[in-house]
Design a protein around this ligand. Structure first.
Ligand SMILES: [Zn+2]
Length: 151
């Protein structure tokens, strides 16, 4: 697994201290569209949201926040303080969107790596979907299945 790094530098979208909170949660998202567009958007100094990792449709992995930083990927600050956010590329916000195998494989490897590193239990209480946390969100979209990463 190769993880490229391109860390965000503008201060509107993350904090460098977790205020003593341990990482014990992973939150899965899908982008509002494409990989490069999301990278550019996160880098825009006006942007006030962020996530730790991005995964492209063809399985590329990019880290934009250090694990020990707090990202603004969920609208619930208490969850941001203790979680790592992963954004998956998608093509459309419709039910028929099918995640490519390369993307699923990279997600699986990344989740395994993070769970091992931070001793996060691989279950539905610790690996969360954004849409299950915020009723106004629909991501991950399409035919995403949490079972892909729980095995
Ligand atoms: Zn999300």
């Amino acid at each position: 697994m190769i993880i490229k790094q391109d860390f965000l530098t503008h201060p509107n979208c993350f904090e460098t201290s977790r205020q003593g909170n341990k990482i014990d949660t992973i939150v899965l998202h899908s982008m509002d569209g494409f990989y490069q567009g999301t990278i550019d958007w996160f880098k825009n100094p006006q942007t006030v949201v962020s996530a730790h990792y991005l995964i492209s449709k063809d399985g590329q992995l990019l880290q934009m926040l250090k694990d020990e930083w707090v990202g603004y990927h969920v609208g619930i600050y208490e969850i941001n303080l203790k979680s790592i956010g992963i954004e998956m590329e998608d093509e459309k916000k419709r039910e028929e969107w099918v995640y490519p195998q390369a993307e699923i494989k990279s997600l699986h490897l990344l989740v395994d790596h993070l769970c091992a590193k931070y001793k996060i239990p691989k279950d539905k209480d610790h690996i969360l979907l954004h849409k299950n946390l915020s009723p106004d969100r629909i991501d991950p979209v399409g035919k995403f299945d949490i079972k892909w990463v729980l095995v």
